[in-house]
Design a protein around this ligand. Structure first.
Ligand code: SF4
Ligand code: SF4
Length: 448
C-alpha cells in the first residue's frame, strides 16, 4: 500500500501503512516524526503567515507550528559546493565491446556510433596533466575507465593510471580509479596489470545467469554470464588488489526482477549493488514495478542487516550520506562542472553518455570550449526547474542524460523519472528515521 502524502510549502509529510507519521523539511534536510495534530494541519486551507518565531514558541497551534517550521532555515545545512575544478574524468579507453546488451546506452554496441579500438595514451597524458595541474595539494582526483569494454585495452588503464600516480606524488593529490566493466575479460593477467593502482570495480550484470544471458548476450548470441561470474570469482580471490567492488544492474520493461537479482547477488562478497532503471525507459507500468521491487529489496536488506545492509544498495546509501552530511545536493552530478568525459579520440564531453552527441562536445585535447561550458555552471535544480519539488535537495535535479533521452531536452524531466525518484526517496527517508533517534518534531514542543 502506498503512503498518504501531504505537503505544505517545503515540508512534506506522509503516513506509513503502519500508521507512523514522518515529515521531511526540504531546505533543512530534516527528518522528523510528527503528531497526528500536526498532520491534520497540513490539510487546513488557512495557514497563518507568522514571522516572529520567538514570540510563537510558547503557544503554537499546529498550523502556526507548521508555518514556523517551514520558515526556519537551519544554519548547519549548506549547499553542495562542487568547486571550480574538474575532479573526475571518465575515459573511454576503447569504443568497442565484446557484448551486445539490448539496452546499451553507448550507441547500442559500445561504440557511441564511432568505433575505436584503442585510445591514444600519449594524447591522454597532457589532458591528465592539464586537469591535475589546476588542483591544490591535498585535493582528490578520480578516474573512471569506461568503454565500450575497457578491459579490451587494459594496458591503457595501466599506462594512464601509472602516469596519474606519478603526478599524484609530485603534486600531493589523492588519485583514485574505478573501472566499469562487463567482467567477462577479468583474468589473472588483468589482476597483474592493475598492480599498484588498486582500482575499484563496477561489474555490470543484470541478474541471475538465465536473466542476464537474455539481456547481455555476447556478439555471437551466446550468454555472457559464465565468463562474467568467472571474472567476479577472480576479483574476489584477489580482493586485496582492488578497492570497492560493486555489481551494477540495469532494469527496464524486459527485465524487472530486481528482487531475484538481489537474492542471486547476495551470495557474493561484494561491497554493494547499484540497481538502476534504464535511462531511456519511460514505460509507466515498468516504472511502477521497478519502484515496488526496489522497496522490496530495501525491506529484505533492512530486515536482514539493518542500516549497513540497506546501505549496500547504492541508492539508499546515497540518500543516507546526504542526510548525514546535511549538505543540499543542488547538482545531481558534476556533469560539465567537476566531471568531464574523454572519448577514444581525446575529445571532451560533459557526460560519459553524451559522447556521441556532437553538440555536447566541450573540448578537444587540452582546449576547452568555455562558451559551451559556461551555461552548465548553474545549479541543476534551478536549470531543471525543480525549485518546487520537495525532493530537490536529495535528487539534485536528476540526470541530464536521462531527461534528454526521455523528453528530448536535458532540462525537461519525464514524469516517470520524478515519480520514481520521489517514491524511492520517501522510502529512504522512512528507513533513515528508523535508524536515527534524534530530530523528532511534534509541533507542540517546537523541536525546531
Ligand atoms: S524528482 Fe524531478 S522535480 Fe524533483 S528534483 Fe528530481 S528531477 Fe527535479
Ligand atoms: S548527466 Fe546522468 S549520465 Fe551524465 S554524468 Fe550526470 S548522472 Fe551520469
Amino acid at each position: 500500500m502506498s503512503p498518504l502524502i501531504r505537503q505544505y510549502k517545503d515540508i512534506v509529510a506522509y503516513k506509513l501503512p503502519q500508521g507512523a507519521l514522518i515529515a521531511f523539511h526540504a531546505r533543512n534536510l530534516e527528518v522528523a516524526e510528527i503528531s497526528e495534530e500536526l498532520w491534520e494541519a497540513f490539510v487546513s486551507e488557512r495557514v497563518p503567515v507568522q514571522s516572529d518565531f520567538q514570540s510563537l514558541q510558547s503557544a503554537l497551534s499546529p498550523q502556526s507550528a507548521l508555518d514556523v517550521w517551514n520558515n526556519v532555515d537551519s544554519p548547519s545545512v549548506r549547499d553542495q559546493d562542487l568547486g571550480s575544478e574538474v575532479k573526475t574524468l571518465t575515459i573511454n579507453v576503447t569504443q568497442i565491446c565484446n557484448l551486445h546488451c539490448h539496452y546499451c546506452a553507448a550507441g547500442g554496441d559500445g561504440t557511441y556510433g564511432d568505433p575505436i579500438r584503442q585510445i591514444s595514451i600519449e594524447k591522454t597524458f597532457p589532458q591528465i596533466r592539464f586537469f591535475m595541474d589546476k588542483l591544490k595539494p591535498g585535493q582528490k582526483f578520480s578516474f573512471i575507465f569506461l568503454g565500450g569494454e575497457p578491459l579490451l585495452y587494459p594496458e591503457a588503464i595501466r599506462g594512464i593510471g601509472q602516469y596519474a600516480l606519478s603526478l599524484e606524488k609530485a603534486k600531493n593529490i589523492q588519485v583514485s580509479f574505478r573501472i566499469i566493466t562487463n567482467g567477462t575479460l577479468i583474468d589473472q593477467r588483468f589482476v597483474d596489470l592493475m598492480e599498484g593502482l588498486s582500482p575499484s570495480i563496477t561489474l555490470s550484470m543484470d541478474g541471475d545467469p538465465a536473466t542476464n544471458d537474455l539481456v547481455r548476450p555476447q556478439k555471437n548470441g551466446r550468454g555472457s554470464s559464465e565468463q562474467a561470474l568467472l571474472g567476479l570469482d577472480v576479483l574476489l580471490k584477489n580482493r586485496k588488489s582492488f578497492g570497492s567492488i560493486l555489481i551494477h544492474s540495469v532494469f527496464n520493461r524486459k527485465n524487472l526482477n530486481v528482487v531475484q537479482a538481489y537474492r542471486f547477488f547476495q551470495q557474493f562478497a561484494v561491497d554493494g549493488f547499484d540497481f538502476t532503471f534504464d535511462v531511456t525507459e519511460k514505460d509507466e507500468q515498468a516504472n511502477l514495478v521497478f519502484i515496488e521491487q526496489m522497496k522490496k529489496i530495501a525491506q529484505l536488506a533492512f530486515t536482514a542487516g539493518g542500516e549497513s545492509e540497506l546501505r549496500r544498495i547504492a541508492f539508499f546509501d546515497g540518500i543516507f550520506s546526504t542526510l548525514d552530511a546535511q549538505v543540499r545536493k543542488v547538482n545531481h552530478c558534476g556533469s560539465g562542472k567537476s566531471l568531464l568525459s574523454i572519448d577514444s579520440r581525446n575529445q571532451i564531453f560533459s557526460c560519459p553518455l553524451m559522447v556521441s552527441h556532437k553538440g555536447e562536445q566541450v573540448g578537444t585535447g587540452i582546449e576547452l570550449n568555455l562558451q559551451k561550458l559556461e551555461p552548465l555552471q548553474a545549479p541543476l535544480i534551478g536549470m531543471n526547474n525543480c525549485g518546487r519539488c520537495w525532493a530537490r535537495n536529495l535528487c539534485g535535479g536528476g540526470c541530464l542524460y536521462n531527461h534528454k533521452a526521455t523528453t528530448g531536452d536535458a532540462h525537461t524531466k519525464h514524469p516517470t523519472y520524478c515519480d520514481r525518484t520521489r517514491s524511492l526517496i520517501f522510502e529512504a527517508i522512512s528507513y533513515y528515521k528508523q535508524t536515527r533517534a534524534e530530530g523528532a518534531f511534534h509541533g507542540e514542543d517546537s523541536g525546531i
